[in-house]
Design a protein around this ligand. Sequence first.
Ligand SMILES: Cc1cc2nc3c(=O)[nH]c(=O)nc-3n(C[C@H](O)[C@H](O)[C@H](O)COP(=O)(O)OP(=O)(O)OC[C@H]3O[C@@H](n4cnc5c(N)ncnc54)[C@H](O)[C@@H]3O)c2cc1C
Ligand SMILES: *[C@@H]1O[C@H](CO)[C@@H](O)[C@H](O)[C@H]1NC(C)=O
Ligand SMILES: *[C@@H]1O[C@H](CO)[C@@H](O)[C@H](O)[C@H]1NC(C)=O
Ligand SMILES: *[C@@H]1O[C@H](CO)[C@@H](O)[C@H](O)[C@H]1NC(C)=O
Ligand SMILES: *[C@@H]1O[C@H](CO)[C@@H](O)[C@H](O)[C@H]1NC(C)=O
Ligand SMILES: *[C@@H]1O[C@H](CO)[C@@H](O)[C@H](O)[C@H]1NC(C)=O
Ligand SMILES: *[C@@H]1O[C@H](CO)[C@@H](O)[C@H](O)[C@H]1NC(C)=O
Ligand SMILES: *[C@@H]1O[C@H](CO)[C@@H](O)[C@H](O)[C@H]1NC(C)=O
Ligand SMILES: *[C@@H]1O[C@H](CO)[C@@H](O)[C@H](O)[C@H]1NC(C)=O
Ligand SMILES: *[C@@H]1O[C@H](CO)[C@@H](O)[C@H](O)[C@H]1NC(C)=O
Ligand SMILES: *[C@@H]1O[C@H](CO)[C@@H](O)[C@H](O)[C@H]1NC(C)=O
Ligand SMILES: *[C@@H]1O[C@H](CO)[C@@H](O)[C@H](O)[C@H]1NC(C)=O
Ligand SMILES: *[C@@H]1O[C@H](CO)[C@@H](O)[C@H](O)[C@H]1NC(C)=O
Length: 573
Amino acid sequence: MKPLFGSLILLVCTLLAHLQNTSAASNTTSRCRNVPGNPGYPSAAEWDALNTTVFGRLVTVVPSAKFCASLAGGACTEDQWTSALFRATIPGAMEQPNWEQGYDHTPPSLCLQNGITCGQGNVPLYSVEAETVADIQAAVNFSRIHHLRLVVKASGHDYLGRSTAPSSLLTRTRNFQNVSFNDSFFIGSTYMRSTVTLGSGVFGQTVYTEGKANGKIAVGGSAATVCIAGGWVQGAGHSALSPTLGLGADNVLEFDIVVASGELLKENSYPDLFYALRGGGAGSWGVIVSATFLAYPTFNATSSVIYLVAENDTVTASLAALHAEHIFDWDSVHAGQYFWFRKNGTGSSAPSVLFLVTYMPNTTVEQSIALLAPFINASLALPGVSLVSQEWTYGDINDALYQADDSVGTNNVLGSRLIPASMYRDSPGTVGKVYKELLDNGATELLGNLVAGGKVAENVNISSAVHPAWRTAKTHLILSAKWDDSASLAEINQTRHFFQNVQRPILEELSGPNAGSYSNEGDVFEPVFQTTFFGPNYSELSAIKLKYDPEDLFIVGAGVGSERWNEWGLCRV
Ligand SMILES: Cc1cc2nc3c(=O)[nH]c(=O)nc-3n(C[C@H](O)[C@H](O)[C@H](O)COP(=O)(O)OP(=O)(O)OC[C@H]3O[C@@H](n4cnc5c(N)ncnc54)[C@H](O)[C@@H]3O)c2cc1C
Ligand SMILES: *[C@@H]1O[C@H](CO)[C@@H](O)[C@H](O)[C@H]1NC(C)=O
Ligand SMILES: *[C@@H]1O[C@H](CO)[C@@H](O)[C@H](O)[C@H]1NC(C)=O
Ligand SMILES: *[C@@H]1O[C@H](CO)[C@@H](O)[C@H](O)[C@H]1NC(C)=O
Ligand SMILES: *[C@@H]1O[C@H](CO)[C@@H](O)[C@H](O)[C@H]1NC(C)=O
Ligand SMILES: *[C@@H]1O[C@H](CO)[C@@H](O)[C@H](O)[C@H]1NC(C)=O
Ligand SMILES: *[C@@H]1O[C@H](CO)[C@@H](O)[C@H](O)[C@H]1NC(C)=O
Ligand SMILES: *[C@@H]1O[C@H](CO)[C@@H](O)[C@H](O)[C@H]1NC(C)=O
Ligand SMILES: *[C@@H]1O[C@H](CO)[C@@H](O)[C@H](O)[C@H]1NC(C)=O
Ligand SMILES: *[C@@H]1O[C@H](CO)[C@@H](O)[C@H](O)[C@H]1NC(C)=O
Ligand SMILES: *[C@@H]1O[C@H](CO)[C@@H](O)[C@H](O)[C@H]1NC(C)=O
Ligand SMILES: *[C@@H]1O[C@H](CO)[C@@H](O)[C@H](O)[C@H]1NC(C)=O
Ligand SMILES: *[C@@H]1O[C@H](CO)[C@@H](O)[C@H](O)[C@H]1NC(C)=O
């Protein structure tokens, strides 16, 4: 019975595909992009010709679990599966493998770690593993001419799944590894001081090792493999150095980018595109080849990792309120800080751990201890809070920010809001109350990023697409939800919508109802993503999009223009 049943399904699928093909027009004004089986989809000979144009750098793409299954031994080790460095070697891999899964395909198309069956899911079909500008131009032209779904990927870190899509052609920029410091960089006849030009595949960790070797520091993120000149800067780019030196987007001077027409633009000559690339959202404008950032003389800093435990949710909330009261204590040195609360156990009587990672530029360990003491002392005076460990390190800021790898490989979605400084100033108690409500409603992990204020606020008059909520914010608060591969589709759907259905209204007690979120670390299901991610800049961004990408070649979830497309950018709605 089984084989017969199998071929029956195959027959039905073929019929369905045929029906879809006849309904989808095959020219460039049609509603849907070309997918395999459409008359307009490139022939094998046309793919071969593309491969020849890119000197054999066209590869077929498989989900990461299938790649692992093809290795000697038939699997990846757990260390490989969870390593961002390792996953970045696999064209089809996303760092969070949930984005590879076609949960909502009919039937679902999944390829799970060590699974028995494997569907292609939302993984692209081919990738141009670009090494030159001409490779990128060939991929862009081919996608435009054949009306294909094109996606762009540097590291695959994206939390909104924007660097993958089903039935697509991928262009990966991981091979763009140039790092070049320049002490006399000019734009036209304007001297721009010291700079570093980064290829769009350069990892954050490389910026710090090269920075140290050159006595320089550039603003980058707190991750090993996030690509500074890829998605990071287009979203805004926050850093522990942002209170001192501004956002990534505030520090960029120039991009080299291939736009939808296939042209390579140096877009400081195109002020509107330059505006859009600084905060207007990753993946919506073209394929970045490289970007040039300000570089500063490096300096020493004290970094510290403090680890506290709060014995139950009531205590966790009091600790969060106390942290809010003290959050301005470190402004004199423009500190950056990450503060994670993570439940260790379930139920309101289970403890939470607080990891407090603080970077203080140009301070000694003694100064740093003195600046954190009022908060630490007050914390330890709260019944139910205990200190597990503390560690203080003085040295080059590049060493402090360097990370060896990122721990990834889990199914993970986020939801977030930028929290105004005024909330912390006027009403720190509300912070504690909201943390308690979030915990009561099933939150297990809250990541606070103290990466605004200071220079981020001072940069308010820079004309860029950075969401203005960044300029008045103090922190960016992120809620995260995870599931394991044994979860049912219904559970996964519930987890994926948990932020919108349950947590967002609670978080909005802190942010306000129409507040901003950071487009690189947010929820792809934001119902009014236009204002949530882009604020008042959206209409200008839409006009710029129409000018440089009139046919919507570059469409990503919750990105500019995506309201015209279905979830994966395959058909106009
Ligand atoms: C562990 C971890 C830590 C993080 N830490 C920080 C942090 O400290 N600060 C911060 O601001 N953010 C942080 N992020 C979020 C990060 O900014 C985003 O995930 C960002 O999208 C990563 O960009 P990427 O190019 O590396 O990723 P990818 O997944 O490769 O791409 C992300 C987006 O950028 C587009 N893109 C990629 N390459 C190009 C290119 N060459 N040209 C045009 N578009 C491109 C893609 O199409 C996609 O839309 C972190 C993320 C993770 C997973
Ligand atoms: C292209 O498709 C559109 C929409 O289906 C149709 O109206 C148009 O006539 C087609 N044009 C050509 C040249 O086939
Ligand atoms: C592209 O060409 C290379 C080198 O000839 C070959 O190894 C590769 O398999 C080709 N890619 C595809 C998708 O056929
Ligand atoms: C790297 O930089 C060199 C020198 O500026 C340039 O010739 C080369 O094209 C660049 N490579 C890439 C991939 O950008
Ligand atoms: C620095 O950049 C300028 C252009 O702004 C260029 O003329 C010069 O050659 C560069 N120097 C180095 C060392 O790359
Ligand atoms: C891409 O298309 C543009 C515009 O049609 C053309 O100028 C360019 O030469 C093409 N580039 C490549 C590499 O095919
Ligand atoms: C940074 O600290 C090191 C010792 O850890 C010292 O040798 C160096 O001079 C300091 N650099 C600056 C710029 O203060
Ligand atoms: C979580 O709780 C367990 C069991 O009580 C303990 O062994 C572990 O150290 C805790 N983890 C953290 C990060 O505090
Ligand atoms: C650190 O101190 C040096 C020397 O006083 C100064 O030049 C530099 O601007 C300071 N850097 C920061 C980030 O405060
Ligand atoms: C914090 O506590 C330590 C140790 O009890 C004490 O030496 C220090 O004076 C206190 N600092 C402040 C600012 O309260
Ligand atoms: C939480 O812990 C504190 C401190 O030990 C204790 O006073 C309080 O009764 C506990 N609350 C609950 C609800 O368990
Ligand atoms: C920004 O511009 C406004 C209007 O010109 C001005 O009043 C304000 O002082 C400027 N703010 C900063 C931080 O430069
Ligand atoms: C998933 O959940 C959302 C929101 O709760 C709901 O609107 C949607 O219908 C669900 N989808 C499926 C396939 O169950």
